[in-house]
Design a protein. Structure first.
Length: 272
Protein backbone atom coordinates (compact mmCIF):
# COMPACT_ATOMS: atom_id res chain seq x y z
CA UNK A 1 0.00 0.00 0.00
CA UNK A 2 1.28 3.49 -0.85
CA UNK A 3 1.38 6.39 1.66
CA UNK A 4 -1.27 8.09 -0.45
CA UNK A 5 -3.61 5.10 -0.17
CA UNK A 6 -2.98 4.93 3.58
CA UNK A 7 -3.85 8.62 3.92
CA UNK A 8 -7.07 8.04 1.96
CA UNK A 9 -8.04 5.24 4.35
CA UNK A 10 -7.31 7.51 7.32
CA UNK A 11 -9.64 10.24 6.05
CA UNK A 12 -12.28 7.72 5.01
CA UNK A 13 -12.37 6.01 8.42
CA UNK A 14 -11.53 9.15 10.43
CA UNK A 15 -8.96 7.06 12.21
CA UNK A 16 -5.20 6.75 12.39
CA UNK A 17 -5.34 3.91 14.89
CA UNK A 18 -3.07 0.90 14.61
CA UNK A 19 -4.07 -2.07 16.74
CA UNK A 20 -1.08 -4.02 18.03
CA UNK A 21 -1.43 -7.80 17.90
CA UNK A 22 0.95 -8.63 20.77
CA UNK A 23 -0.81 -11.94 21.30
CA UNK A 24 0.27 -13.72 24.46
CA UNK A 25 -1.10 -17.16 25.42
CA UNK A 26 -0.88 -16.14 29.07
CA UNK A 27 -3.17 -13.16 28.54
CA UNK A 28 -5.83 -14.35 26.12
CA UNK A 29 -9.12 -15.76 27.53
CA UNK A 30 -8.39 -19.25 28.83
CA UNK A 31 -11.33 -20.85 27.02
CA UNK A 32 -9.54 -20.15 23.71
CA UNK A 33 -6.65 -22.40 24.72
CA UNK A 34 -8.65 -25.50 23.78
CA UNK A 35 -8.95 -24.30 20.17
CA UNK A 36 -6.67 -25.72 17.45
CA UNK A 37 -4.86 -22.40 16.96
CA UNK A 38 -5.65 -20.16 19.96
CA UNK A 39 -3.42 -17.32 18.74
CA UNK A 40 -5.16 -17.14 15.37
CA UNK A 41 -8.62 -17.50 16.96
CA UNK A 42 -7.84 -14.58 19.27
CA UNK A 43 -6.42 -12.43 16.44
CA UNK A 44 -9.36 -13.20 14.15
CA UNK A 45 -11.88 -12.22 16.83
CA UNK A 46 -9.97 -9.00 17.59
CA UNK A 47 -9.65 -8.11 13.89
CA UNK A 48 -13.30 -8.85 13.09
CA UNK A 49 -14.40 -6.68 16.02
CA UNK A 50 -12.00 -3.73 15.62
CA UNK A 51 -11.35 -3.39 11.86
CA UNK A 52 -13.83 -0.56 11.29
CA UNK A 53 -12.13 1.64 13.91
CA UNK A 54 -8.52 1.28 12.77
CA UNK A 55 -6.45 1.55 9.61
CA UNK A 56 -3.57 -0.76 10.52
CA UNK A 57 -2.58 -3.88 12.43
CA UNK A 58 0.85 -4.46 13.89
CA UNK A 59 1.68 -8.00 14.96
CA UNK A 60 4.76 -7.88 17.16
CA UNK A 61 6.82 -10.75 15.76
CA UNK A 62 8.43 -11.65 19.12
CA UNK A 63 5.09 -12.94 20.41
CA UNK A 64 4.87 -15.39 17.50
CA UNK A 65 8.53 -16.42 17.37
CA UNK A 66 8.36 -17.25 21.07
CA UNK A 67 6.00 -20.12 20.19
CA UNK A 68 8.28 -21.64 17.56
CA UNK A 69 6.83 -23.21 14.42
CA UNK A 70 3.23 -22.95 15.64
CA UNK A 71 3.67 -19.22 16.34
CA UNK A 72 4.99 -18.63 12.83
CA UNK A 73 2.00 -20.52 11.41
CA UNK A 74 -0.39 -18.37 13.47
CA UNK A 75 1.35 -15.25 12.17
CA UNK A 76 1.02 -16.46 8.57
CA UNK A 77 -2.66 -17.28 9.04
CA UNK A 78 -3.24 -13.85 10.58
CA UNK A 79 -1.62 -11.93 7.72
CA UNK A 80 -3.38 -14.10 5.12
CA UNK A 81 -6.69 -13.46 6.87
CA UNK A 82 -6.05 -9.71 6.77
CA UNK A 83 -5.14 -9.86 3.08
CA UNK A 84 -8.21 -11.87 2.11
CA UNK A 85 -10.87 -10.28 4.36
CA UNK A 86 -9.62 -6.73 4.90
CA UNK A 87 -7.24 -5.83 2.04
CA UNK A 88 -7.56 -2.09 2.75
CA UNK A 89 -5.91 -2.42 6.14
CA UNK A 90 -2.24 -1.52 6.37
CA UNK A 91 0.03 -4.13 7.93
CA UNK A 92 3.19 -3.64 9.97
CA UNK A 93 5.60 -6.42 10.89
CA UNK A 94 7.05 -5.19 14.15
CA UNK A 95 10.27 -7.15 13.82
CA UNK A 96 12.94 -4.50 14.53
CA UNK A 97 15.42 -6.12 12.13
CA UNK A 98 18.64 -4.88 10.51
CA UNK A 99 21.95 -6.63 9.72
CA UNK A 100 24.70 -6.55 7.10
CA UNK A 101 23.15 -5.92 3.69
CA UNK A 102 23.28 -9.53 2.53
CA UNK A 103 21.29 -10.62 5.60
CA UNK A 104 18.90 -7.65 5.65
CA UNK A 105 17.90 -8.63 2.11
CA UNK A 106 16.71 -11.98 3.51
CA UNK A 107 14.75 -10.30 6.30
CA UNK A 108 13.13 -8.05 3.70
CA UNK A 109 12.20 -11.06 1.56
CA UNK A 110 10.72 -12.88 4.56
CA UNK A 111 8.43 -10.04 5.62
CA UNK A 112 7.66 -8.32 2.29
CA UNK A 113 7.68 -11.21 -0.21
CA UNK A 114 6.79 -14.31 1.78
CA UNK A 115 4.44 -12.83 4.39
CA UNK A 116 3.38 -9.85 2.29
CA UNK A 117 3.48 -7.18 5.00
CA UNK A 118 3.21 -3.53 3.87
CA UNK A 119 5.98 -2.46 6.23
CA UNK A 120 8.54 -3.56 8.79
CA UNK A 121 10.20 -1.88 11.76
CA UNK A 122 13.99 -1.69 11.39
CA UNK A 123 16.78 -0.66 13.78
CA UNK A 124 19.16 1.97 12.31
CA UNK A 125 22.23 1.04 14.36
CA UNK A 126 24.11 -0.76 11.56
CA UNK A 127 23.59 2.12 9.14
CA UNK A 128 22.98 2.69 5.45
CA UNK A 129 23.82 -0.71 3.96
CA UNK A 130 21.74 -2.49 6.61
CA UNK A 131 18.60 -0.48 5.78
CA UNK A 132 18.79 0.06 2.00
CA UNK A 133 17.89 -3.58 1.15
CA UNK A 134 14.49 -2.96 2.80
CA UNK A 135 14.05 0.34 0.96
CA UNK A 136 14.44 -1.28 -2.46
CA UNK A 137 10.94 -2.78 -2.30
CA UNK A 138 8.28 -0.86 -4.24
CA UNK A 139 5.14 0.18 -2.32
CA UNK A 140 6.62 -1.11 0.95
CA UNK A 141 7.68 0.99 3.93
CA UNK A 142 10.63 0.67 6.25
CA UNK A 143 9.83 2.11 9.66
CA UNK A 144 13.09 3.20 11.24
CA UNK A 145 13.42 3.44 15.03
CA UNK A 146 14.13 7.11 15.71
CA UNK A 147 13.15 7.94 19.29
CA UNK A 148 11.63 4.97 21.07
CA UNK A 149 9.03 4.98 23.84
CA UNK A 150 11.06 3.20 26.51
CA UNK A 151 13.26 4.69 29.27
CA UNK A 152 16.37 3.19 27.65
CA UNK A 153 15.88 5.56 24.70
CA UNK A 154 17.89 8.04 26.80
CA UNK A 155 20.89 5.66 26.96
CA UNK A 156 21.92 6.33 23.36
CA UNK A 157 19.25 8.01 21.24
CA UNK A 158 19.46 11.41 22.92
CA UNK A 159 23.27 11.47 23.25
CA UNK A 160 24.94 14.36 21.44
CA UNK A 161 26.83 13.56 18.26
CA UNK A 162 28.59 16.84 17.52
CA UNK A 163 25.96 19.42 18.31
CA UNK A 164 22.84 17.34 17.77
CA UNK A 165 21.04 14.40 19.34
CA UNK A 166 21.78 11.01 17.87
CA UNK A 167 18.14 10.35 16.97
CA UNK A 168 18.07 13.56 14.92
CA UNK A 169 21.27 12.52 13.19
CA UNK A 170 19.67 9.14 12.40
CA UNK A 171 16.66 10.84 10.84
CA UNK A 172 18.71 13.35 8.83
CA UNK A 173 21.26 10.79 7.59
CA UNK A 174 18.58 8.24 6.66
CA UNK A 175 17.04 10.81 4.33
CA UNK A 176 20.17 10.66 2.17
CA UNK A 177 19.83 6.89 1.60
CA UNK A 178 18.63 5.42 -1.68
CA UNK A 179 14.81 5.15 -1.90
CA UNK A 180 14.47 7.11 1.34
CA UNK A 181 10.98 8.12 0.24
CA UNK A 182 9.98 4.66 1.52
CA UNK A 183 10.90 5.57 5.11
CA UNK A 184 8.60 6.08 8.04
CA UNK A 185 9.88 6.61 11.59
CA UNK A 186 9.03 5.33 15.07
CA UNK A 187 8.62 8.00 17.73
CA UNK A 188 7.28 6.97 21.14
CA UNK A 189 4.10 8.62 22.43
CA UNK A 190 5.81 8.94 25.81
CA UNK A 191 8.08 11.55 24.22
CA UNK A 192 5.37 13.52 22.42
CA UNK A 193 6.92 16.95 22.95
CA UNK A 194 9.97 15.85 20.92
CA UNK A 195 7.64 15.54 17.93
CA UNK A 196 7.70 19.32 17.44
CA UNK A 197 11.44 19.24 16.66
CA UNK A 198 11.13 16.02 14.68
CA UNK A 199 8.45 17.57 12.47
CA UNK A 200 10.91 20.37 11.61
CA UNK A 201 13.23 17.75 10.08
CA UNK A 202 10.57 15.48 8.53
CA UNK A 203 7.37 17.48 8.05
CA UNK A 204 5.85 14.99 5.63
CA UNK A 205 6.86 11.46 6.64
CA UNK A 206 4.50 9.10 8.36
CA UNK A 207 5.36 8.43 12.00
CA UNK A 208 4.45 5.24 13.83
CA UNK A 209 3.73 6.29 17.40
CA UNK A 210 3.46 3.48 19.98
CA UNK A 211 3.19 4.05 23.72
CA UNK A 212 -0.31 5.44 24.27
CA UNK A 213 -2.39 3.41 26.70
CA UNK A 214 -0.35 0.88 28.68
CA UNK A 215 2.86 2.98 28.55
CA UNK A 216 1.10 6.20 29.54
CA UNK A 217 1.51 8.35 26.41
CA UNK A 218 -1.23 10.86 25.59
CA UNK A 219 -3.07 10.90 22.26
CA UNK A 220 -3.81 14.64 22.61
CA UNK A 221 -0.13 15.47 23.09
CA UNK A 222 0.90 13.27 20.16
CA UNK A 223 -1.64 15.05 17.93
CA UNK A 224 -0.66 18.50 19.19
CA UNK A 225 2.97 18.05 18.15
CA UNK A 226 2.86 15.33 15.51
CA UNK A 227 -0.06 15.85 13.13
CA UNK A 228 0.70 17.30 9.72
CA UNK A 229 -1.71 18.42 6.98
CA UNK A 230 -2.01 14.83 5.66
CA UNK A 231 -2.27 13.47 9.22
CA UNK A 232 1.10 11.68 8.96
CA UNK A 233 0.54 9.58 12.08
CA UNK A 234 -0.23 5.97 12.90
CA UNK A 235 -0.86 5.72 16.63
CA UNK A 236 -0.51 2.20 18.01
CA UNK A 237 -2.15 0.68 21.04
CA UNK A 238 -1.76 -3.00 21.87
CA UNK A 239 -2.48 -4.19 25.45
CA UNK A 240 -5.02 -1.47 26.32
CA UNK A 241 -7.20 -2.66 23.45
CA UNK A 242 -6.65 -6.38 23.00
CA UNK A 243 -6.55 -7.26 26.72
CA UNK A 244 -9.24 -4.84 27.88
CA UNK A 245 -11.20 -7.92 28.99
CA UNK A 246 -10.45 -11.63 29.36
CA UNK A 247 -14.07 -12.74 29.42
CA UNK A 248 -16.05 -14.30 26.57
CA UNK A 249 -16.99 -10.85 25.22
CA UNK A 250 -13.32 -9.75 25.02
CA UNK A 251 -13.61 -8.81 21.34
CA UNK A 252 -16.63 -6.59 21.96
CA UNK A 253 -14.80 -4.80 24.78
CA UNK A 254 -11.71 -4.43 22.58
CA UNK A 255 -13.94 -2.91 19.89
CA UNK A 256 -15.34 -0.41 22.41
CA UNK A 257 -11.79 0.64 23.38
CA UNK A 258 -10.80 0.99 19.72
CA UNK A 259 -13.96 2.96 18.98
CA UNK A 260 -13.25 5.34 21.87
CA UNK A 261 -9.79 6.04 20.42
CA UNK A 262 -11.24 6.43 16.93
CA UNK A 263 -13.75 8.99 18.27
CA UNK A 264 -10.92 11.00 19.80
CA UNK A 265 -9.02 10.80 16.52
CA UNK A 266 -12.05 11.99 14.53
CA UNK A 267 -12.16 15.11 16.74
CA UNK A 268 -8.45 15.74 16.11
CA UNK A 269 -8.95 15.32 12.35
CA UNK A 270 -11.75 17.90 12.33
CA UNK A 271 -9.19 20.46 13.47
CA UNK A 272 -6.91 19.96 10.46
O1 LIG B 1 8.30 -0.42 17.12
C1 LIG B 1 7.37 -0.43 17.93
O2 LIG B 1 6.23 -0.68 17.58
C2 LIG B 1 7.64 0.04 19.29
C3 LIG B 1 8.59 1.04 19.42
C4 LIG B 1 8.71 1.72 20.64
O3 LIG B 1 9.47 2.66 20.77
N1 LIG B 1 7.93 1.34 21.67
C5 LIG B 1 7.01 0.32 21.58
O4 LIG B 1 6.30 0.07 22.56
N2 LIG B 1 6.91 -0.38 20.41
C6 LIG B 1 6.02 -1.55 20.30
O5 LIG B 1 4.65 -1.09 20.37
C7 LIG B 1 3.85 -1.98 21.14
C8 LIG B 1 3.32 -1.23 22.35
O6 LIG B 1 2.43 -2.03 23.08
P1 LIG B 1 1.48 -1.44 24.24
O7 LIG B 1 2.35 -0.73 25.20
O8 LIG B 1 0.85 -2.67 24.82
O9 LIG B 1 0.48 -0.54 23.58
C9 LIG B 1 4.74 -3.17 21.48
O10 LIG B 1 4.59 -4.15 20.46
C10 LIG B 1 6.14 -2.60 21.42
O11 LIG B 1 7.10 -3.56 21.09
Amino acid sequence: MTSQELTEQIFKKKSFLCVGLDTDLEKIPTYLLSEKDPVFSFNKAIIDATHEYCVAYKPNIAFYEALGVSGWKSLKKTIEYLHSEYPDLYTIADAKRGDIGNTSRMYAKAFFDDLGFDSITVAPYMGKDSVEPFLEFTNKHTILLALTSNEGAFDFQTLKTGDEDLYKKVIKTSRTWENSENLMYVVGATKAEYLADIRKIIPNNFLLVPGVGAQGGSLEEVCKYGLNKDVGLLVNSSRKIIYASDSSNFAEIAAAKAEAMQNQMAVELERL
